[in-house]
Design a protein around this ligand. Sequence first.
Ligand code: GLU
Length: 473
Amino acid sequence: MSSQQPYSFFHSVEKSFDKAAQFTKWEKGLLEQIKACNSIYSMRFPVKMDDGRIEVIEAYRVQHSQHKTPCKGGIRFSNEVNQDEVMALAALMTYKCAIVNVPFGGGKGGIRINPRSFSAYELEKITRRYTSELVKKNFIGPGIDVPAPDYGTGEREMAWIVDTYQSLKPGEIDAAGCVTGKPVSQGGVRGRKEATGLGVFFGIREVCSMPEVMQRLGLTIGVEGKRVIVQGLGNVGYHSAKFFREHGSKIIAIAEYEGAIYNEAGLNEEEVFQHRKATGSILNFPGATNLAKSTDALETECDILIPAALENVINGENAPRVKAKIIGEAANGPLTPEADEVFASKGILVVPDMYLNAGGVTVSYFEWLKNLSHVRYGRMEKRFTENLNTHILDQIEGLTGKSVSDSERKFIKHGPEEVDLVHSGLEETMITATREIMEIWKANPAIPDMRTAAYVCAINKVGTSYTELGIFP
Ligand code: GLU
């Protein structure tokens, strides 16, 4: 692609892939297959608006890879949705799932609408119609393709999807597993909502615990006291900020469309969220300074920068002005390949999206398993564990003649709730993935950055999976 052509997100994913492919053992043909989008469903359908007008809706579902099924990935509602973007995001899902050992292929969906310009009733009609189009073409199902929330969608939309699916497939026993990110009352799992933000936190915390990495960056070990900037106060940005703050980091700036605010003493994301809800803007938050432009927050000096909104926000143009030491890609594709080059040459560590924001899909996997097993996590073992722990503690106290405090007793006794198990599964997943990627990077010093190491990790796993399928003799 020449520099005159418009930016293509899919092309930029391909570029990162190619950069990594040279560090793998796979032949060209297999690499081509891993890279390609297998199935693309581009659709148009009419929806009657509240005022009686008919609007033609443009929507997509892309299945990038079926090396493992079902395919998995969110559905976004945004005016920017186009086929190229959905293809790129579906590809990222393939690599993301491979890195965190979630046994799914990559998929993604998108509806080209600004959800703010539609009533709830109109959105419901659009979502239900989109779902029935997917059913008609066999593009959804617990063993085929399982959507989830993404930019502009959440639990409400997922509830409409599962309800539509179930009414079109009566009696399908595992139907609840046709979509994840559902409300708990509709088969969702506790801990899904905060999952991506919590995964971002676990991933960065692990990186910050690595002495050689922190030494190279000139930073102290641990997240405590680190100065963090978050761009985007949606679900992912909000929860990332929350977990960093709760673990002793300082959120010194937050950015949204309408502007950004800065406070060296630290911001509380919940208070900022409430302020924005009440006033319609993040600006003029008590005690904070307004930054002239929203993008100024990206260029403000800090330890950790978390872009948690949309793709392509840091590019060749503004990357040289970014002063963070670590960039944690909570969004999908916030950096262009040109930005990567700038950061690699400056020694800034980019912790890449396709594993760092994998918390969402990891917990989606737990939700899907819950739906297939038809039982809540913790239901079978919570009381058993509590009884056993109580018994052990009683024995120890009896034998030693000493007793622990009430709060210690409560802590030791505690049997796991669903949310405890989900958070713990996510923590294990993110720590393992971070270590695997860092091992690959360490073993091959020619790999220029962590994103390339993550791609190598993903390509190796998908390549092995294709090879073991026996398609390529
Ligand atoms: N939309 C999220 C992502 O980009 C979650 C996908 C899922 O849970 O399937 O990873």
